[in-house]
Design a protein around this ligand. Structure first.
Ligand SMILES: Cc1cc2nc3c(=O)[nH]c(=O)nc-3n(C[C@H](O)[C@H](O)[C@H](O)COP(=O)(O)OP(=O)(O)OC[C@H]3O[C@@H](n4cnc5c(N)ncnc54)[C@H](O)[C@@H]3O)c2cc1C
Length: 506
């Protein structure tokens, strides 16, 4: 078996948001970084979220003021870093007195507005649902409501842009590469990696290792690293369903259920609404999580109790389930388990350190990465200072964060390309759209048109620059165009990707 003599500073296991965020931060501090991800980037929890960059209004009820404040600060930071894939979103909260009294909601929203400054996002306010446009799709019996601000994010692309930023700073990002086994020896980690398609195994060496395996964090410790389990993790499944659009406006809805949980209804991909989520204890393997009929029925019931037109399981056009790797704080109720993270540093004298990530949110990944690097600083005293707070992610350097200005500029530069195509490119690639277009001024320059605004030119870019290796990578993570396509169109994309990837590796 090939042993690579090169010694990396950091070997990061896991290409979800936390692994990619840590790799990006570390590479920018001049550490040499190798990240291995056994599947695609963001193939697990980090593409199965509710896609909100949010403080978490409901966590206030569990007195998690520290977490909410940290997340609210990060909301502004991330909005500035990635305005192409993160945008403000207003949430309508219909008042349901039987669940929570209005004074409690007002108090929560007061804290939400004041725990951190939010120059780009409006303060909350009370509304009359019978008069406000956002009340139109709701039951006419609902009168009072509230509106507050949070943000929407393309979660999978947030991971991708962190990986791209890391690679841009010298990190080696290896997708479809699984950590099979790792052991400490002579002050280093020696890790055996297996490349998925070829089955080829290599041994790499690193001065430190980060276990950012998300829901696999504990099994990785025990099975691949031969160590005792760490802090303890609770695997809590959360499912989402997608149905034809329930409301015309751009508002999202947060619906309080009798069980005191909340369910979100979020505008999704123009024509759809995303509904989620659930909290179900997950006992199997993380990769086996699926949306159950009970979860679908539960989500439909909650939404139907607020919206004038009922939502039925037969309306569901797409669904997905993810497993939250929550830090086990021994809370009984799955929805009450903390959403904060814990970093565990394992190191005996003279041995290479291991840092494991338990829990966390997409919203707090950058802060988590900064704290991870602070924990590793004693082992790399020459590492650079924190730097990620004010540096845009790839494609996010839009003057004034103005997305519409970018679309207008693209329309000026590419007058023969249709505006909806340019808009979807801008929403996926931001200021990198010019690189994707690469001088394609005529529609025919972009090659095959697969439908739903996806062209061969863009797919080629996703393969060359974004580690896309399968139809699913392109259809459901680098974009969400899969939801707009027929089975035949999706198959055409998958065939095309398989052909291109075959040519590349052949
Ligand atoms: C239903 C749901 C809704 C959520 N909504 C939100 C939200 O709206 N906002 C928010 O901020 N957060 C949200 N979260 C939380 C957020 O999604 C997670 O905290 C975050 O994605 C976890 O990222 P991660 O990198 O730790 O794990 P993951 O994304 O799961 O990444 C871990 C990676 O490690 C890889 N891996 C595992 N073992 C190995 C190995 N041996 N070798 C190589 N690779 C390996 C896996 O393939 C995986 O890709 C939600 C979570 C869920 C489940």
């Amino acid at each position: 078996m090939a042993v690579n003599e090169h010694i990396w500073d950091l070997i990061v296991i896991g290409g979800g948001i936390n692994g990619a965020g840590i790799a990006c931060d570390a590479a920018g501090r001049q550490l040499s970084v190798l990240l291995c991800e056994m599947d695609d980037l963001a193939s697990a929890t980090s593409s199965a979220s509710s896609k909100m960059i949010h403080g978490g209004l409901r966590y206030l009820e569990h007195f998690e003021f520290g977490l909410v404040r940290k997340a609210l600060i990060e909301r502004e930071v991330l909005l500035a870093k990635a305005p192409h894939i993160i945008r403000p979103l207003q949430f309508v909260l219909p008042h349901a007195h039987s669940v929570r009294p209005a004074w409690l909601i007002r108090l929560g929203l007061f804290f939400y507005d004041h725990l951190a400054s939010h120059p780009r996002l409006a303060n909350s306010q009370g509304i009359n649902l019978r008069r406000h446009a956002a009340g139109a799709p709701l039951n006419s019996s609902l009168r009072r409501g509230f509106i507050y601000s949070d943000c929407w994010v393309d979660d999978a692309r947030l991971v991708l842009f962190n990986a791209m930023a890391a690679a841009g700073k010298g990190a080696d990002i290896r997708t479809r590469t699984e950590l099979i086994e790792a052991r400490r020896a002579d002050g280093l980690w020696r890790a055996r990696l297996r490349q998925q398609s070829s089955g080829i195994e290599t041994v790499v060496q690193g001065r430190a290792m980060v276990n950012a395996a998300g829901p696999w964090v504990e099994s990785l410790l025990q099975e691949q690293l031969g160590l005792p389990s760490g802090q303890g993790v609770r695997l809590i499944k959360g499912s989402h369903i997608v149905v034809p659009r329930l409301s015309e406006g751009e508002h999202a809805y947060i619906l309080q259920h009798a069980d005191r949980r909340v369910v979100f209804v979020i505008p999704f991909e123009e024509r759809f609404s995303l509904i989620g989520t659930t909290d179900v204890v997950h006992r199997g393997k993380p990769e086996d999580a699926t949306v159950s009929a009970d979860e679908t029925a539960y989500l439909c019931d909650v939404v139907s109790s607020y919206f004038a037109a009922p939502v039925r399981p037969s309306d569901v056009v797409w669904s997905y389930a993810g497993v939250r790797p929550l830090f086990d704080d021994e809370a009984e109720d799955p929805s009450a388990v903390t959403r904060d993270y814990v970093l565990n540093l394992d190191q005996a004298a003279g041995e290479a350190p291991l840092l494991s990530v338990f829990g966390g949110k997409i919203t707090t990944y950058r802060k988590l990465a900064e704290e991870a690097l602070a924990d590793l600083k004693p082992f790399f005293p020459a590492m650079g200072e924190p730097w990620t707070v004010a540096v845009p992610l790839p494609g996010g350097d839009l003057p004034g964060g103005d997305f519409e200005a970018l679309v207008a500029q693209l329309a000026g530069r590419y007058p023969r390309l249709q505006r909806p195509l340019l808009r979807s490119l801008a929403a996926r690639h931001g200021s990198l759209s010019d690189e994707v277009l690469a001088g394609s001024y005529q529609p025919s320059d972009l090659g095959i048109d697969f439908g739903a605004g996806l062209t061969a030119g863009e797919v080629d870019y996703m393969i060359e620059r974004e580690w896309a290796r399968s139809g699913d990578d392109v259809l459901w993570r680098r974009s969400k165009v899969g939801i707009h396509m027929s089975t035949a169109q999706r198959a055409a994309v998958a065939d095309y990707v398989a052909g291109r990837v075959g040519i590349r590796s052949g």
